[in-house]
Design a protein around this ligand. Sequence first.
Ligand SMILES: Cc1cc2nc3c(=O)[nH]c(=O)nc-3n(C[C@H](O)[C@H](O)[C@H](O)COP(=O)(O)OP(=O)(O)OC[C@H]3O[C@@H](n4cnc5c(N)ncnc54)[C@H](O)[C@@H]3O)c2cc1C
Length: 395
Amino acid sequence: MSPKSHPWGAPPWSPDFRPAPGSVPDQVDFAIVGAGFTGLSAAARLCRLAPKKSVLVLEASSLGEGASGRTGGLALADTAAGPLPGLGDVLASYQEILHELAIVGDLELPGVFEVGRSNPAKDSPICWNDAGNLKVVRSVPGGAVDPGKVVAGLARAAEKAGASIVEHAEVQTVEPSSPPRLRVCHRVRGRIQRKEVRGGQVLLATNAFSLELSGLNDAAQPKLTLALATAPLTATQLKAIGLASRRPFYTVDLPYLWGRLLPSNGMVFGAGLVPMPTSIASLFERPARKGAQRFARPNLYRFDVRKGQAAESFRWLENRVHHLHPALKSVRITHRWAGPILFTEGMRPIFRLHPRSKNVMVLAGYNGHGVALSVYLGQWAAEALLGRRSLPPWG
Ligand SMILES: Cc1cc2nc3c(=O)[nH]c(=O)nc-3n(C[C@H](O)[C@H](O)[C@H](O)COP(=O)(O)OP(=O)(O)OC[C@H]3O[C@@H](n4cnc5c(N)ncnc54)[C@H](O)[C@@H]3O)c2cc1C
């Protein structure tokens, strides 16, 4: 499916890397499920720390088709729940990781505006109209990154360090035996190959998908969220809307809105949550019928955001953008897309061993705050899989 015809729409970037074609082996030391920021970061770290071990990344769709390729790209500090005990400095580590893996992700950290309707800063450069007056409340550490370049860079670094990344390989079940056995449905040139892989240890980095697999059905809620990009703004428009400093922003009052500038001077805005239809989500999670020849492409990806409630939410977002400031009144919308977010209790990430197997680790649930955190915790997961670091107490 070309990105343009994807039922979830497409952002203005895409990863410029495709893994070398490969097959699904019978046995590996480490099997990572999910090739988003989390899984790819863990794979790169595992290979660097344990170059003699085999590392396999299985991706149901293609690189970046989950949240990581569809994210807003705001690199934020800490977690959605704030700083957690022993978390460390997420942003500084994120910068170091990108540097160590030689990833040119266009990361810039000028700070991020928190924008709200009360207690505005005296010199707020922003004055927008959105259910009241929105002004800068304060600036917090952070900035933005090119998500396509980071997905591609992590995948490239992982593969270069020795990991095999297999796309269109959906893990349908993980048996909690020792070692765990993964049943994989791999589509190769339109044909289905069913394989069983024995993975010494497994990391489930499947985010808002496959909740039965990760055991998160009762612990987390998947949603789709929406984003759009505009045509480039002029310097006068940027000055008028108060974003000449190129700082991204997010609102601290509801209705939520976030945004950031692209290198082209187009703006990306995002807001709104659409329920992931559970029937579709559970179809995705259900193992394909025995003997079925049709590839069990994640059915969730067939959910068309150009229709129904999602289409209405896009119209609502577009209308908000056009009415934020007179300078944005007729700005052209060039891209519209949606992506998955996993919400958890207390907004804390889930980072723990699977309840049914001590050889299976689960890392997910960043509550829309995972750009820097997923890469950082992916590395931590690799160290924990190698027994070099404990899991955090809050995970
Ligand atoms: C529109 C949008 C805007 C966002 N904006 C920001 C932001 O500005 N700042 C911020 O910090 N965070 C933001 N986020 C959140 C951030 O993007 C995510 O937290 C992060 O990308 C999660 O990475 P991940 O690798 O855990 O998950 P994903 O990138 O979703 O990766 C999971 C992968 O697992 C694969 N998979 C699932 N099940 C299986 C299976 N059974 N077998 C094989 N593969 C499987 C999926 O296909 C997917 O590729 C945003 C998210 C969205 C959707």
